[in-house]
Design a protein around this ligand. Structure first.
Ligand code: PBG
Length: 329
């Protein structure tokens, strides 16, 4: 593979000038590589800062158009919607997930009505924004029940599809849910609704600020280790992906992002399927706070994002996606 030898060969020759470095660059970022997560809150005319995530806000529905306008103008292919759910709307079973007037349902309808297919809408399928215990499914004696949870997720998925969601993203890590959701969608006339499976989601402390953003922080009882993956494993990631592809996933997600670039690469090498990376809230917070404090300069942002592309990701969910005009130039 490696040919030539020093001093005839000098790799620094092509690194000497900027034009030459640009000429041989192997990876790059464009707006099409990004999915913008949007946090929603009840109320009117609010843009509420999230303390742990400098530069990221929760928005009321009347502010949504402004955001989506900008996303379309910047040629982002998709937004991902996440609701901040008020405590009084949470319960043991997470029933708010099935309320057709919930924040996510309203937001999907709003965007679809105004923008049709100018931009994709992706929504999370999981119960954690809605349960009083903060888990992604039904809880019994400290254990998250699988099949019982799946039977609710099917309905949550169908509801979101009916509202007009383009890409359902189950992030719950229950076994068998992709197949069940696909079956339900097809049976009800939603054959073209896509499924982006969070096939490889690790039980991670990097989700901390997100739980703050969606209001499930102090609520979470225990951890999510009996359903999310152990970060010591990678063979298991391939098994998760293989199953989800068989069950009908159109794309898969690896999450968190930066500590799991090896997983992205493994999946690409083994399956040739679209792979999305999620630069999660904790990764964002580490970068954003360090840049804000002047510990590192803001090139760390693009450096971390290019890492995903180098590893083989097709697109990146990033909280920086609303500021690409500044970051990419
Ligand atoms: C919940 C969900 C989580 C994230 C996206 N969907 C958190 C969790 O599993 O606890 C995390 C995203 C982030 O940290 O940015 N189903």
């Amino acid at each position: 593979m490696i040919t030539g030898k020093y001093p005839g060969l000098r790799l620094r020759r092509s690194r000497k000038n900027d034009w030459s470095r640009r000429l041989i660059e192997e990876n790059n970022l464009s707006p099409s590589d990004f999915i913008l997560p949007i946090f929603l809150i009840d109320g009117k005319n609010k843009k509420q800062p999230i303390k742990s995530m400098p530069g990221v806000y929760r928005y009321t529905l009347d502010k949504l158009s402004g955001l989506v306008d900008k996303a379309i103008k910047n040629q982002l292919p998709m937004v991902a919607l996440f609701p901040y759910t008020e405590k009084r709307k949470k319960n043991n079973l997470g029933t708010e997930a099935l309320n057709e007037d919930n924040l996510v349902c309203k937001a999907i309808q709003l965007i679809k009505k105004k923008y049709k297919n100018q931009i994709g809408i992706m929504t999370d399928v999981a119960l954690d924004p809605y349960t009083s215990h903060g888990h992604d499914g039904l809880l019994k004696s400290g254990y998250v029940l699988n099949d019982e949870t799946v039977s609710i997720l099917i309905n949550q998925s169908l509801l979101q599809a009916q509202m007009g969601c383009d890409v359902l993203a189950p992030s719950d890590m229950m076994d068998g849910r992709i197949g069940e959701i696909r079956k339900t969608l097809d049976k009800n006339g939603y054959k073209m609704t896509q499924i982006l499976s969070y096939a490889v989601k690790y039980a991670s402390s990097f989700y901390g600020p997100f739980r703050d953003a969606v209001g499930s922080k102090g609520l979470l009882k225990g951890d999510k280790k009996n359903y999310q993956m152990d970060f010591k494993n990678s063979d298991e990631a391939l098994r998760e992906v293989a199953l989800d592809i068989k069950e009908g996933a159109d794309m898969v997600m690896v999450k968190p992002g930066l500590p799991y670039l090896d997983i992205i690469m493994l999946i690409k090498d083994n399956f040739k399927i679209p792979v999305m990376a999620y630069q999660v809230s904790g990764e964002y917070s580490l970068l954003a706070n360090a840049v804000e404090k002047g510990l590192v300069d803001n090139n760390v942002i693009i450096e971390s994002l290019i890492g995903f592309k180098r590893a083989g990701a097709n697109a990146i969910v990033s909280y920086y996606a609303d500021r690409l005009d500044k970051i990419l130039k």
